[in-house]
Design a protein around this ligand. Structure first.
Ligand code: PMP
Ligand code: GLU
Length: 404
């Protein structure tokens, strides 16, 4: 190997995104003519609403084709400020908002801005695939706090207290949660907030990208606790609420010093996000919000359908997700079983691969979310796909043979 092929420690410290990898695998199988049902990647299957598309077309015609301010157009940041006041009762100034290339970009920038090598980052698990990897990128140490199905996939105040040490720099909390669909109530957040008040060195990332895909009512945020607000970076965006995953618009709302640091990073990395996509996001945030509720209702109906189907499959332990668009059943009942080809299912990764290869249903193993023993199924797809997928999963699981 020549020296040119040696990669940095940073890159070697991370793995590719498991959700994207599984989705790519299913696309490859489809390209070979295999009829795979893709329940792996999490993205709305709806088209972007017409009024948002119209705004982007107009932006092209009106020559919004030049570099924009690094943190985003003033009207977009104003729209985010309005949204935070209107929907969340939170006061921010436009210079506390930075718009990036999707929520993932701003999540990555905030972690880069806060975490030094050796710093500890508390991450309740199951956790979205990118958190631990982005902490690895900064040389930080993830301190995972397990919260399985038996506790509704939510960490308690006691667990949080036990995880915090003098080296803790950051907590990353996601509600509604990917992959579990758990939603923290205001009271549950209040209990966590009391712990966090005792540890002023801990910053907080509140990932609220699934805010609008909520089946239990009002969304709550740790930023709504006045004693914490100056320590919280809210991550949100338009990908999920407005079916705009490909437009790549996300944002962070943070204390000014942190927003400035994120902007500084962006000035060297990306300059700004696409001017056209920014204008589309202005229309999304300022425009008629009916589309958000219409899609939320569709997800709720599909959730109910998928749960009903999964609960008829023996051996799957399924909780009711209160938000997002994922089911996260426990699958440990199948561990140790033998496939018709003679392979042993040792863990969730084996099971996800078995379902892909034998049922042609793509899911994501819980291990990718630091939560072995489960699999994630996205129900952001048609009723027909959900029915077919559940039938195929049922058949594949019923072909497994016990070895004990
Ligand atoms: N956070 C969570 C929990 C997510 O599931 C996603 C999905 N991609 C993101 C952040 C990033 O969203 P975006 O598409 O805006 O980058
Ligand atoms: N958030 C989605 C998921 O979890 C999109 C893929 C990704 O960004 O990892 O599937």
């Amino acid at each position: 190997m020549s020296n040119n092929n040696i990669l940095s420690n940073r890159v070697m410290a991370i793995e590719p995104s498991a959700t994207i990898a599984m989705s790519q695998k299913s696309s490859e199988l489809r390209a070979k003519g295999i009829d795979v049902i893709n329940l792996s990647v999490g993205e709305p299957d709806f088209n972007t609403p017409d009024h948002i598309k119209a705004s982007a077309k107009q932006a092209i015609d009106n020559n919004f084709s030049f570099y924009t301010p690094v943190p985003g157009y003033a009207d977009l940041r104003a729209a985010v400020v309005d949204k935070l006041r209107r929907e969340n009762g939170l006061d921010y100034t436009p210079d506390q908002i930075v718009v990036g290339n999707g929520a993932k970009h701003e999540l990555s920038n905030v972690i880069l801005a806060l975490v030094n090598p050796g710093d500890e980052v508390v991450i309740p698990t199951p956790a979205w695939v990118s958190y631990i990897q982005l902490v690895n990128l900064c040389g930080g140490k993830s301190v995972t706090v397990p919260a399985g199905i038996d506790q509704g996939f939510k960490v308690t105040a006691e667990q949080l207290e036990a995880a915090i040490t003098p080296r803790t720099r950051l907590l990353i909390l996601c509600s509604p949660s990917n992959p579990s669909g758990a939603v923290y109530s205001r009271d549950e957040l209040a209990a966590l907030a009391t712990v966090l008040e005792r540890h002023p060195q801990v910053m907080i990332i509140s990932d609220e990208i699934y805010e609008h895909i909520n089946y239990v009512g009002a969304h709550a945020s740790l930023a709504q606790f006045p004693a914490l607000k100056e320590r919280v970076a809210i991550i949100n965006g338009v990908s999920k609420a407005y079916a705009m995953t490909g437009w790549r618009i996300g944002y962070v709302a943070a204390p000014l010093w942190l927003a400035k640091a994120v902007s500084k990073l962006q000035s060297q990395q990306t300059s700004n996000v696409s001017s056209i996509a920014q204008k589309a996001a202005v229309a999304a945030l300022n425009g008629d919000q009916t589309c958000v509720e219409t899609m939320r209702q569709a997800f709720e109906r599909r959730r109910d359908l998928l749960l009903e189907l999964l609960r008829h499959i023996p051996g799957l332990d399924v909780a009711t997700p209160d938000g997002a668009f994922y089911a996260f059943p426990r699958v440990t009942a199948y561990f140790g079983a033998r496939t018709p080809d003679g392979d042993i299912i040792n863990d969730d990764t084996d099971l996800a691969l078995y379902l892909l290869n034998s049922a042609h249903v793509a899911t994501v193993a819980g291990s990718a979310f630091a939560c072995p023993g489960y699999i994630r199924l996205s129900y952001a797809t048609s009723d027909d796909n959900l029915r077919q997928a559940a039938a195929r999963i049922a058949t594949a699981l019923s072909s497994l043979l016990p070895t004990r």
